[in-house]
Design a protein around this ligand. Structure first.
Ligand code: SAM
Ligand code: SF4
Length: 330
């Protein structure tokens, strides 16, 4: 297939995040409200439909797919989807973002099914604080999941931590030490104003990547890493460790110029930008054309001119984006 996915600003799309469920066993305070309404089943893409979307993208030059959610590992039969996507010719990397709650059980089967890499979210190493941030999560299960991912032989497993001032900013260095001891990469994510949450005021909890980086640099001198991903992460190395530190800064660092990615929600909405509402309904195309993947590819190509040049996040205003992060697929 020769079609390449290039948007109106000359950016080639090579990376797609597929959300496989909006549901989750956690209710992280920055991501969800306590009483979430989840989508009725008929509005959610089937695993076969998600596969068709992934295949359409890979047929048009996408080389990296990430499965996310919600919590992707609570979707029944997720291993079957991983196995089918991993076998797509042309796909270089199949990855997954998870809260880790199911990994003790699933890390090895995921590896066997062809998954290449895993990102695991971890915001605290203290059981009570972990529970307070996730509202329902069990720290020991997640730590066992991280060990299982290492034992299964995944390389460059990355931890993701959302740091909230006054909440878990005292755990920045303990998280760095935990990652160093296990040779894991670790990214710090600035909280994004996605969805109306009432649990805290995001303007009070905001802490910039630069402040986090400076706090770490007081203990471990940081050297800029040369390998960048074309995404929002900027990476640093520590001279005495193989672990890399990443900083994902949607507020303080504008990465839109090199954006190479789009997202597909579990309802089949193709989102052209995390920080904007521009989207196209692929579910309707999938269901109207059950045997015709050309129609799916055509719909994706036709959507690309909608990709905006950049996003704007402003903590002082009401969120312009009303969807929650679990809908978007982080
Ligand atoms: N459930 C999986 C997990 O937690 O890793 C995958 C989905 S989750 C939406 C993906 C990532 O988004 C997680 O690392 C989470 O911490 C992050 N996230 C969720 N809400 C966020 C927000 N409002 N701002 C920044 N990051 C957020
Ligand atoms: Fe669930 Fe991930 Fe959102 Fe936490 S961040 S509530 S684990 S989807």
């Amino acid at each position: 297939m020769t079609t390449r996915l290039v948007d109106g600003f000359g950016r080639e799309i090579t990376y797609v995040r597929l959300s496989v469920t909006d549901r989750c066993d956690f209710r992280c305070v920055y991501c969800m409200s306590e009483d979430m309404q989840f989508l009725p089943r008929q509005q959610v893409l089937s695993l076969e439909e998600i596969y068709r979307v992934g295949k359409a993208f890979v047929d048009m030059g996408v080389t990296k797919l990430r499965l996310t959610g919600g919590e992707p590992l609570i979707r029944p039969n997720i291993l079957l989807l991983v196995e089918k996507l991993a076998a797509l010719p042309g796909l270089r990397e199949l990855t997954l973002t998870t809260n880790g709650s199911q990994l003790a059980r699933l890390a090895q089967p995921l590896r066997n099914a062809g998954l290449n890499r895993i990102n695991i979210s971890l915001d605290s190493l203290k059981a009570d604080k972990f529970r307070a941030i996730t509202r329902t999560g069990n720290l020991d299960e997640v730590l066992a999941g991280i060990d299982a991912a290492n034992a299964a032989g995944f390389q460059r497993t990355k931890l993701n931590a959302v740091i909230l001032r006054g909440r878990n900013d005292d755990e920045i260095l303990p998280l760095v030490d935990y990652a160093r001891q296990r040779l894991l990469d670790l990214s710090f994510i600035e909280e994004m104003p996605l969805g109306n949450i009432s649990e805290h005021d995001r303007a009070n909890t905001y802490i910039s990547s630069e402040e986090i980086r400076q706090r770490i640099a007081q203990r471990y001198p940081l050297l800029p890493a040369t390998d960048q991903t074309g995404g929002p992460s900027r990476y640093w190395r520590m001279g005495d460790s193989g672990s890399r530190l990443g900083f994902i800064s949607p507020h303080s660092h504008n990465f839109c110029g090199s954006c190479n990615r789009v997202r597909v929600t579990v309802e089949g909405r193709l989102l052209l930008c995390l920080g904007n509402e521009h989207s196209v309904d692929l579910k309707q195309v999938l269901r109207a054309n059950p045997d015709d993947d050309v129609a799916v590819r055509d719909a994706i190509v036709a959507a690309l001119p909608l990709k905006p040049e950049r996003h704007y996040f402003n903590l002082e205003e009401e969120p312009q984006i009303v969807r929650f992060m679990n809908m978007t697929g982080g």
